[in-house]
Design a binder for this molecule. Structure first.
Ligand code: FAD
Length: 328
C-alpha cells in the first residue's frame, strides 16, 4: 500500500463539484505531513478534458475512467470504476465528498474492498501515523472522533466547505493515467430511463454557499416568494424545515435536517424556523447562522451567530430592499 491519498472528483455532465477541490487541498495538506502524494480519480464519459482543471487544484496524478457506461451516475458501474482505480493506484486513503453520490458510492466501495469507512466527516487529521476523523453523532448533538484502522484501505467522506480549496495554479501539470473498468452484465442491469429535475434553476442546498431557509411560519407556498427573492439576490439556495415541506410550501428536495439534506454553507439564514434538534442536525455546521424568529427563546438562537427577534414578514422584505440597494 502506498502513502498516497486519492480524491474522488465528483462531476456531472462535465461540471466538477467544488467540494472535490476542497478535498484535494486536504489531501495535499495531509500528504505534506505524512509523505506520499495527492492524487485524483475522475469517472464518467468524456472526462479527459477535465484533467487540466484538476491538476490546477493540486493533484499530482490523475486517474481517468472514461466509458459510455459511466455517462450518468449509477452506483454499480461507478463502484467497478473506482475499485479499478484503487487496484491500480493502491492508495492508503480515499477521500470522497459527502453527497448523495458520495455516500452511496463510498459504502459500496468500502464493502467491496473490505475498507475502514467513516461517513460525513467534518475534520480529518493525522495523529502520528493514524488518520483520525471527527463526525457528528446522535443527530449532531455530539462530535465523535474515529481512528481508522491502519492495516486497511481507509475511506472517508467529507462535508462540503469543511475545507477550502487551494488557489488554482494555471499551467500546473499532473501525470494522467487512463484506467479501464470491466463491467459485467449484472453491472449494467439498472438503466436510467428519464431524469426529472426537481429544482427550477435555483441552486440545490448542498451546492450553495448561502442558504435562505423558511419554516412553518411562512404559512403558504405563496409567502415563500419573499424567501426565494432574497435567496436569488444573494445567489443562494432556498431551504426549508420539514414542517414547511410537509405542509406543501416547498418541495422535499429543499428540506434541511436529519431526514433532509445536511448543509454547511458560509451563511444560513433561518426565517421562522424554531430550531428543533432534527433541523439543527442538518445545518449547525454552517459557518455563520442568522436566526429570525419572533420568539426570543427559540432554540435556533442556541446555534445562531446573529439573532433577530422580529417578524419575518417585516424583516425579510427590509433586508431584500437593502440588498437591492447595495446591488445598485
Ligand atoms: C424522526 C424525525 C425527523 C425529523 N427530520 C426533520 C428534518 O430533517 N428537518 C426539519 O426541519 N425537521 C425535522 N423534523 C421535525 C422537527 O422536529 C420540527 O417539527 C420541525 O423542524 C419544525 O419546523 P418549523 O421550525 O418550521 O416549525 P415550528 O416548530 O412550528 O416553528 C415555527 C417557528 O416560527 C416562529 N414564528 C412564527 N411566526 C413567525 C414570524 N411571523 N416571524 C418569525 N418567526 C415566526 C415561531 O416562533 C416558531 O419558532 C423531524 C422530526 C422527527 C421526529
Amino acid at each position: 500500500m502506498s502513502n498516497n491519498i486519492l480524491v474522488f472528483i465528483e462531476q456531472r455532465e462535465g461540471v466538477i463539484l467544488p467540494a472535490s477541490f476542497q478535498l484535494l487541498a486536504l489531501a495535499n495538506d495531509l500528504t505534506g505531513k505524512s509523505g506520499g502524494q495527492a492524487e485524483a480519480c475522475v469517472v464518467g464519459e468524456g472526462v479527459g478534458n477535465l484533467t487540466d482543471k484538476i491538476a490546477a487544484q493540486g493533484a499530482k496524478k490523475i486517474y481517468t475512467v472514461d466509458d459510455p457506461e459511466l455517462k450518468m451516475y449509477r452506483v454499480v458501474p461507478y463502484t467497478a470504476a473506482l475499485c479499478a482505480v484503487i487496484d491500480e493506484a493502491d492508495p492508503k486513503t480515499v477521500l470522497i465528498p459527502t453527497t448523495f453520490m458520495g455516500r452511496d458510492l463510498a459504502s459500496r466501495v468500502a464493502a467491496r474492498k473490505r475498507a475502514a469507512l467513516a461517513i460525513d466527516c467534518m475534520e480529518v487529521v493525522l495523529d502520528g501515523d493514524d488518520l483520525v476523523v471527527s463526525r457528528g453523532m446522535y443527530a449532531g448533538k455530539f462530535m465523535g472522533k474515529v481512528r481508522l484502522a491502519k492495516d486497511k484501505l481507509q475511506i472517508a467522506t467529507v462535508r462540503s466547505n469543511a475545507y477550502s480549496a487551494l488557489d488554482p495554479q494555471d499551467g500546473a501539470s499532473a501525470d494522467v493515467q487512463a484506467v479501464s473498468a470491466v463491467f459485467t452484465d449484472a453491472d449494467k442491469r439498472a438503466k436510467i430511463k428519464e431524469i426529472v429535475s426537481t429544482t427550477s434553476g435555483i441552486k440545490d442546498v448542498t451546492e450553495a454557499d448561502i442558504i435562505v431557509a423558511g419554516g412553518r411560519a411562512l404559512k403558504s407556498e405563496d409567502n415563500f416568494k419573499i424567501i426565494i427573492e432574497m435567496a436569488e439576490l444573494l445567489d443562494g439556495a432556498v431551504g426549508a424545515s420539514r414542517a414547511a415541506c410537509d405542509s406543501g410550501y416547498q418541495p422535499h428536495s429543499r428540506q434541511v435536517g436529519l431526514t433532509g439534506k445536511v448543509v454547511t454553507p458560509r451563511l444560513y439564514i433561518a426565517c421562522g424556523i424554531d430550531g428543533a434538534i432534527q433541523h439543527l442536525a442538518g445545518m449547525r455546521g454552517s459557518k455563520v447562522i442568522v436566526g429570525i424568529n419572533t420568539k426570543k427563546d427559540a432554540p435556533i438562537y442556541s446555534v445562531a451567530t446573529y439573532g433577530c427577534v422580529a417578524d419575518l414578514f417585516e424583516i425579510v422584505p427590509l433586508l431584500t430592499q437593502e440588498l437591492k440597494r447595495l446591488a445598485g
